[in-house]
Design a protein around this ligand. Structure first.
Ligand code: ATP
Ligand code: MG
Length: 211
């Protein structure tokens, strides 16, 4: 049995076409089913639904043989124990710094003042500002980062942006692009050895589906 970890939402939705072109059909719809383990048309392949930020952990410890996770989540996890064979080029967005309209970000950075930054992505934010030589106080949030600068919790946020419409709706402006983000296939290193044949076939099928 091969177990593939996916998260509900855009990663699940955008992985489905890749699975389909590999001949794998997921037999239940997570938006209507409450099941967390979904069978596929291939008796030897199943999908488990986990929280996006838990995908690398499931794969690291062998709760799943492989999984699909955003580069953002993968960097925050650290990647220990994970083989990363493939950029699936789905769920594309970017990691950015945003501030309220009218906040002088350039000025604050130039003057070397401490910047209060709210984010879910502590590790990415910490590395980015350290490289720039900007002193930051990081505030860890689990969601709705856009609210932080509007309530005085922080002066800036580090968050994912795709169209920019959420920023716009909250009077925020993107002032820096930190990195391009897409989703990656991550593989348990032990599974690669123990289930060599089946894993190779699935990874090759993913690779063909991407290109
Ligand atoms: P959770 O809801 O469990 O806290 P999450 O909010 O990070 O996790 P999703 O919103 O489904 O989960 O995002 C999953 C992945 O999709 C992210 O890690 C990122 O790589 C990508 N992603 C997030 N936001 C966007 C976006 N606006 N456009 C494209 N891809 C995105
Ligand atoms: Mg979410």
């Amino acid at each position: 049995m091969i177990t593939l970890a996916l998260s509900k939402g855009r990663i699940f939705d955008e992985t489905l076409p890749l699975l389909r072109s590999a001949g794998i059909e997921v037999l239940e719809d997570p938006s209507t089913s409450r099941k967390l383990i979904l069978p596929t048309n291939q008796p030897s392949v199943r999908v488990v639904l986990v929280r996006a930020s838990d995908v690398p952990t499931y794969v690291q410890y062998g709760g799943a043989d492989l999984g699909v996770t955003g580069l953002d989540t993968l960097i925050e996890h650290g990647g220990a124990g994970l083989y990363q064979p493939l950029d699936l080029k789905i769920a594309r967005c970017r990691m950015s710094v945003a501030v309220p309209k009218g906040f002088d970000y350039e000025g604050a950075v130039r003057q070397g003042s401490r910047l209060k930054v709210a984010t879910k992505y502590l590790s990415i934010a910490k590395d980015f500002f350290a490289t720039k030589g900007v002193h930051v106080d990081l505030v860890k949030l689990y969601g709705s980062m856009e609210l932080a600068p509007l309530t005085g919790l922080a002066q800036a946020i580090v968050d994912l942006v795709s169209t920019g419409s959420t920023l716009l709706a909250n009077d925020l402006i993107e002032v820096e692009r930190i990195m391009e983000v897409s989703s990656r296939l991550v593989v348990n290193q032990g599974a690669l050895v123990l289930k060599r044949q089946a894993m190779r076939e699935l990874m090759d099928a993913f690779e063909r589906a991407v290109s």
